[in-house]
Design a protein around this ligand. Structure first.
Ligand code: CO8
Length: 258
């Protein structure tokens, strides 16, 4: 695995953890962080020994947004020409389940990075927001779309137009966050969820993730059709045989990923 400057990478069993590591800038997402997170996630995605990936930050900040100092003086021609921060979209093609473990600030690009993951587990200290409007811009990594799908138009408009921050409880009530846990237990809770997911059949977890994501991309009828095809296809795997045999034999399943 490549030598990274702005992230830490850990493996424990079938779970990998990517930790954003620019503490002095509250993990502001500059181009280097983006390149490293995306490269690490893509590399882990190629490894069948990895069944789930956690993306996390520090106690104070998951990430305080895209790096304002990097962007401030750029012209339209530059940001358009280089497709500034466009590579984050590559995370949507990572097939291994991605879990965001969020403590502290998840603002702007930080909130959008969390929403690029498949599910968000938040510490009770987490604060989510899309403050771009206060800087004279708008969300640019999917915030206006993914936040609206997650929490609905009313709250998305509230957050995107006022730039206010939303605490962990409100985020959970609104459907942005899957679980809220005490800050000191955040990584353990995320690891428990990741290990649970990683203990399942990886190809089946990929299929399940794909099916849920289809709900955001297509019509109900198309989505249900895709789900049924994938459900039928699951019967071509050894893991379907193992999972159902284990149930009948009253023992835990031991999935092989085949
Ligand atoms: N970019 C660069 N540096 C940052 C950022 C950031 N987003 N956030 C914090 N920092 C830096 C500060 O400048 C400061 O550095 P220094 O010590 O050198 O002055 C250091 O981190 C610590 O920050 P503070 O002193 O401000 O810490 P506080 O605890 O007082 O405040 C806050 C914490 C409230 C999080 C505050 O830092 C803040 O408001 N940060 C900016 C939040 C923000 O506006 N984020 C949105 C950025 S725009 C964006 O994300 C667009 C995404 C879409 C891009 C995609 C394009 C295609």
């Amino acid at each position: 695995m490549t030598d990274f400057q702005t992230i830490l990478l850990e493996r424990d069993g079938r779970t990998a953890t990517i930790t954003l590591n620019r503490p002095k800038a509250l993990n502001a997402l500059n181009s280097e962080v983006m390149a490293e997170v995306v490269a690490a996630a893509e590399e882990l995605d190629q490894d069948p020994g990895v069944g789930a990936i956690i993306i996390t930050g520090s106690e104070k900040a998951f990430a305080a947004g895209a790096d304002i100092k990097e962007m401030a003086d750029k012209t339209f021609a530059q940001v358009y020409g280089e497709n500034l921060f466009g590579a984050w979209e590559r995370l949507t093609r990572v097939r291994t389940p991605l879990i965001a473990a969020v403590a502290g600030y998840a603002l702007g690009g930080g909130c959008e990075l969390a929403m690029l993951c498949d599910l968000i587990i938040a510490a009770d200290t987490a604060k989510f927001g899309q403050p771009e409007i206060t800087l004279g811009v708008i969300p640019g990594m999917g915030g206006s779309q993914r936040l609206t799908r997650a929490v609905g138009k009313a709250k998305a408009m509230d957050l995107v137009l006022t730039g206010r921050q939303m605490g962990a409880d409100e985020a959970e009530r609104s459907g942005l966050v899957a679980r809220v846990v005490p800050a000191e237990g955040l990584l353990a809770a995320a690891k428990e969820v990741a290990d649970k997911i990683a203990s399942m059949s990886l190809p089946i977890a990929m299929m399940a993730k794909d099916a849920v994501n289809a709900a955001f991309e297509t019509t109900l009828a198309e989505g249900v059709r895709l789900e049924r095809r994938s459900f039928h296809a699951a019967f071509a795997t050894d893991d379907q045989k193992e999972g159902m045999a284990a149930f009948v034999e009253k023992r835990p399943a031991n999935f092989s990923g085949s």
